[in-house]
Design a protein around this ligand. Structure first.
Ligand code: C2O
Ligand code: CU
Length: 467
């Protein structure tokens, strides 16, 4: 009797083990250990008060600029917490418009995602809302409004959320550079017509001043031998940067928050609106003080000066010795291209709508969060899917998904093996890309172009994760 029972049990185990695993199930299984499924709160609540209001600040080249700001600062306050901390933000809206805060790149519970009329009612002028969640990932994230973003972000509403590792690597310094550009008029104030036909028909609003942390003369003073973690974020409405550091040899350690499988040298990296890039830079020592200009080479014929890294002439310190942080469990998902795409999204434009031009996804222009209709796609929690984006237009579209990370699998059908996840990827003119992902959090999530004028004019949609 016992013997027979044993046989039955082991046969059952055997048949489970031998049931052929589908390729998609195998890819989903490869995600295990890449990043946690659930948050692990350690019982520490970090509370911040944030108020959005008008302010006048000495930005750009020092002149008084009228902006909209979080806590009277542009960039807004840097929220720095430790992995496992619970973030509580008590938000008050003192703007003349409704607003919300979206936590870009953070895997939040759906109700904390800050999407007006989808995950919360918009916060009316004078109103308040408390955001509270425990980030599941350490890394560089940011926050910005999700109401009239093409105006509100452009006026200065954005800030950085740094979630430090439980045991942060011992860098000499940890520095954030927020890249933005500003379109100023003759009076040197923010040009106050937003979503112009020009911006809508091109790649959004590109400004006439490029700044780092709000200044055209940003500099980072360092000492030879120091090892720096430099976190770059593109908070521009439309401009894309390809940052170059001649004379320095940055290694990329993280993209869109998460560590790479292994650090790689910075070669051309297109930092589109929304993207983050964490660099590991060891400064050379030298007998005299030296300045290293950092430039944007997105259009090599029209480079922009971004900032200077200045190394003083003092005797160099010994660089801290440690391996660059990495996270080896980034699945290759190379078989993913053999699995049929679950859905194809065609990105295009047409005449019409309240701006005269509409940006569409599969022929639909998002008609405001209040009238969003049915989600364009429903996915099951935990399943691996491939999504394809076909850019039928001649413009740029940095596609961003809320609430999850994905891997870029191919450009124009040719496999791409980036050793990292993303939450935003630039799709070039007439290009087709494929991405792979496993949604883990149920809810209604947005997918949109992060050129904010394109999003405003319709290139935005919802998909639902069921689970
Ligand atoms: Cu920065 Cu809807 O995103
Ligand atoms: Cu776009």
């Amino acid at each position: 009797m016992r013997f027979r029972l044993f046989l039955v049990v082991s046969f059952a185990a055997l048949s489970v083990a031998c049931r052929p695993e589908t390729p998609a199930a195998r890819l989903a299984r490869q995600l295990r250990g890449a990043y946690p499924e659930h948050a692990a709160p350690r019982g520490v609540v970090r509370t911040f008060d944030i108020e959005a209001r008008e302010a006048e600040l000495p930005l750009i080249d020092g002149g008084k600029l009228r902006v909209w700001a979080y806590n009277g600062q542009v960039p807004g306050p840097e929220l720095r917490i430790r992995l496992g901390d619970t973030l509580r933000v008590r938000f008050t809206n003192r703007l003349p418009q409704p607003t919300t805060i979206h936590w870009h790149g953070v895997r939040v519970p759906n109700g904390m995602d800050g999407v007006p009329s989808v995950t919360q009612p918009p916060v009316e002028p004078g109103g308040t809302f408390t955001y509270e969640f425990t980030p599941k990932d350490a890394g560089t994230f940011w926050f910005h409004p999700h109401v009239r973003s093409s105006e509100q972000v452009e006026r200065g509403l954005y800030g950085v959320l740094v979630v430090e590792d439980a045991a942060p690597p011992p860098y000499s310094r940890d520095v954030v550079w927020v890249l933005d550009d500003w379109l100023l008029d003759e009076t040197h104030q923010i040009f106050d017509r937003f979503n112009t036909p020009h911006d809508l028909m091109h790649d959004g609003r590109w400004g006439n001043f490029v700044t780092v942390n709000g200044r055209t003369d940003a500099r980072l003073d360092t000492r030879g031998g120091e090892r720096i973690r430099l976190r770059l974020l593109n908070a521009s409405n439309g401009r894309i940067y390809a940052p170059e550091f001649p004379g320095l040899e940055p290694q990329i350690i993280a993209v869109d928050g998460l560590y790479l499988a292994r650090a790689i040298p910075l070669e051309r990296f297109e930092l589109a609106p929304g993207n983050r890039l964490d660099l590991d830079i060891t400064l050379p020592g030298g007998p005299a003080s030296r300045s290293f200009p950092v430039t944007d080479q997105f259009y090599p014929a029209r480079p922009n000066h971004l900032a200077d890294v200045v190394v003083d002439g003092a005797a160099p310190t010994a660089p801290p010795r440690f391996a660059s942080p990495a996270h080896a469990r980034v699945p290759a998902w190379s078989e993913g291209l053999q699995i049929p795409a679950t859905k194809e999204f065609r990105l295009d434009a047409r005449r019409g709508g309240s701006y005269g031009i509409e940006w569409t996804i599969n022929g639909q222009a998002f008609a405001g969060h209040e009238h969003h209709g049915a989600p364009m796609l429903t996915l099951e929690r935990g399943g691996w899917v491939r999504l394809r984006f076909v850019n039928a237009s001649y413009r740029l579209h940095p596609i961003h998904l809320h609430g999850m990370f994905f891997r870029l699998l191919a450009r124009n059908g040719a496999p791409v093996d980036e050793p990292f996840f993303r939450d935003t990827v630039l799709v070039h003119s007439q290009e087709t890309i494929d991405i792979g992902l496993v949604p883990l959090d149920p809810g209604k999530w947005m997918m949109h172009c992060h050129i904010l004028e394109h999003a405003e004019a319709g290139m935005m949609t919802l998909f639902e994760v069921r689970g």
